[in-house]
Design a binder for this molecule. Structure first.
Ligand code: IPD
Ligand code: CA
Ligand code: CA
Length: 263
């Protein structure tokens, strides 16, 4: 295994352990509102510190970009992108769906990615060119060949500045024929579910780099496709993400085209 992937897994598990510990005492946590409906707790910060400390000890020359602490460390070709707790709202409301997401970029290119679900003890991991795994076993995107009975994941906009009307139009064109739509609440895990074939596809607008960095590599290494809603390569910068197995991806893109033409 890629040694940096091994470290990333170790860091995500240690951070996940801290999250698990606090999951039983959520009522005691002080919750801050970063922005409208955007919560952060000391758990987010502690989990991030735990992950960064472990990685920094191993790689003192690397740079870090964490959701809670921003950019730190020296200028480096290596940059770790970390969402210490993806799904904070679920965590706070007692819904057992959240994750730790850790990715490594080398010269701007994703090279390692881990999404860890601390409650199910599921580790989704990928290294560029080496495939994707779930708890050490190889995973691939689903084999479904059309939207017929496809199960799709999504994120419904809830922030004030998001375009709910546009989202509702995409929902309207993507729902027909499917087996249904799920909104689990952790985008990193949603992407891991596409990579492992649990979801046939996924779309969401306005995500951040830390939500998706690990998931993007998982999808690519599991044989899936990922882009923005136009099929272009801007998903990392715009946070508008469409991901699926290649056949479902093509159909989703086709259905989205008339809606997205105006945007
Ligand atoms: C959130 C989750 C959620 C997505 C939000 C993200 P956070 O991350 O990924 O699924 O819909 O846009 O902000 O804030 O819990 O780390
Ligand atoms: Ca997140
Ligand atoms: Ca987070």
């Amino acid at each position: 295994m890629h040694p940096m992937l091994r470290k990333a897994i170790e860091a995500s598990r240690l951070a996940g352990e801290a999250i698990r510990h606090y999951a039983n005492q959520v009522q005691k946590l002080d919750v801050e509102n970063k922005a409208h409906n955007d919560f952060v707790t000391k758990v987010d910060r502690e989990a991030e510190n735990i992950a960064i400390r472990l990685l920094q000890r191993a790689y003192p020359d690397h740079a870090f970009f964490g959701e809670e602490t921003g950019k730190q460390g020296p200028d480096s070709d290596y940059e770790w992108v970390i969402d210490p707790l993806d799904g904070t709202t679920n965590f706070l409301y007692g819904i057992p769906q959240f994750s730790v997401s850790i990715a490594l970029k080398y010269k701007g290119r994703l090279s390692v990615g881990v999404v860890y679900d601390p409650l199910r003890d599921e580790t989704f991991a990928a290294a560029r060119g080496e495939g994707a795994t779930l708890n050490g076993r190889r995973i691939r995107v689903s084999e479904r060949s059309s939207m017929q009975n496809a199960l799709l994941g999504t994120g419904i906009p809830f922030r004030a500045n998001q375009n709910l009307d546009l989202y509702l139009q995409t929902l309207k064109v993507l729902v027909p024929d499917t087996a249904g739509i799920r909104r689990p609440g952790s985008a990193a895990l949603d992407l891991a579910y596409v990579a492992s074939g649990r979801f046939d596809g996924f779309w969401e607008f306005g995500l951040n780099e830390w939500d998706i960095a690990a998931g993007v590599l998982l999808i690519q290494e599991a044989g899936g496709l990922i882009s923005d809603m136009h099929g272009n390569n801007t998903h990392m910068s715009t946070g508008n993400v469409l991901a699926a197995n290649p056949k479902v991806f093509k159909e989703m893109l086709k259905r989205l085209h008339p809606v997205m033409q105006k945007y």
